[in-house]
Design a protein around this ligand. Structure first.
Ligand SMILES: [Fe+2]
Ligand SMILES: [Fe+2]
Length: 182
């Protein structure tokens, strides 16, 4: 498997989470109760799987190598990706805060959860689209010679986070997918 194929596989798992967030948002908009614990599991998934596991492979390895091979970091496509990761982190922060408020019965906290969740969904779906169709093909051309090394470095990122992290979070998102439509 090529390094960018590994990242694209992770995108498919992250898209499942976007689907989960969309389902929970719909429930909240219909004034249905959603367990705060389930919403917190979404936040944990995004922070661990999407932001630490996936984004660290991009920021610390793939994008860093693209820069080292002549791609400018500010202004260019890599700079845009990095800025979007940061915007994503802000939405997740807002979501986490709103979930606490929702649990504590703060008025309109459900709307705040939905606002941040929808912001994150919109941001990430177009972000993933750009990476799959523009950034990764560029990386494949630029870094063809070092792909084996990139794959090894991705594996090292995973190892650092703990064995089985992938399987664990894939199982979590599958479970949430069922819960979010029940
Ligand atoms: Fe990214
Ligand atoms: Fe990505």
């Amino acid at each position: 498997m090529r390094s960018t194929d590994m990242l694209m596989h992770e995108h498919r798992i992250i898209e499942k989470m976007l689907n989960v967030l969309s389902n929970y948002s719909t429930k909240l908009e219909q004034n249905k109760r959603v367990q705060p614990a389930q919403l917190r599991t979404c936040v944990d998934f995004i922070r661990t799987f999407a932001d630490t596991c996936h984004h660290h492979k991009e920021e610390g390895v793939l994008f860093a190598e693209m820069e080292a091979h002549g791609m400018p970091s500010n202004g260019g496509p890599v700079g845009v990706m990095l800025a979007e990761h940061e915007m994503g982190r802000n939405y997740v922060k807002g979501m986490a805060r709103a979930i606490d408020d929702y649990e504590n019965g703060v008025v309109n906290a459900d709307k705040e959860v939905v606002k941040n969740a929808q912001g994150y969904i919109g941001l990430l779906s177009q972000h993933i689209n750009k990476e799959d169709n523009i950034l990764y093909p560029m990386a494949n051309d630029m870094l063809e010679d070092m792909d084996t090394e990139l794959v090894e470095r991705f594996e090292a990122v995973e190892k650092k986070l703990g064995e089985g992290i992938h399987e664990k979070y894939e199982a979590i998102v599958d479970q949430l997918e069922k819960d979010s439509i029940s």
